[in-house]
Write a protein of this length. Structure first.
Length: 91
């Protein structure tokens, strides 16, 4: 009879990495990077064997969040400029 030791758990780190990659490549919405960031942070403390994956997941999810925040700021600024130009030009 063969017995196996419990395999180290790496699910949270892997999920964080996958969400980070998909958020950047597929342009997933603001929700997916937030979940991936939370999973990566949780994995760093719970899963020592997944520290690399969790680190990359955290980095990729932060980049995806930064892109979404930048796009949102640009849309707000662009809309404000358009409204300002419309008001000052009498349209």
């Amino acid at each position: 009879m063969t017995t196996y030791a419990n395999a180290p758990r790496t699910g949270l780190g892997t999920a964080s990495l996958v969400l980070g990659i998909c958020s950047l490549l597929a342009g997933w919405t603001f929700f997916a990077p937030v979940v991936g960031l939370c999973l990566g942070i949780a994995s760093r403390s719970r899963e020592p064997m997944a520290r690399g994956r969790a680190g990359w997941g955290i980095l990729l999810n932060l980049v995806a969040l930064a892109v979404w925040i930048l796009v949102g700021v640009l849309l707000v600024v662009g809309g404000s400029v358009a409204v300002w130009l419309g008001v000052t030009n009498g349209r």
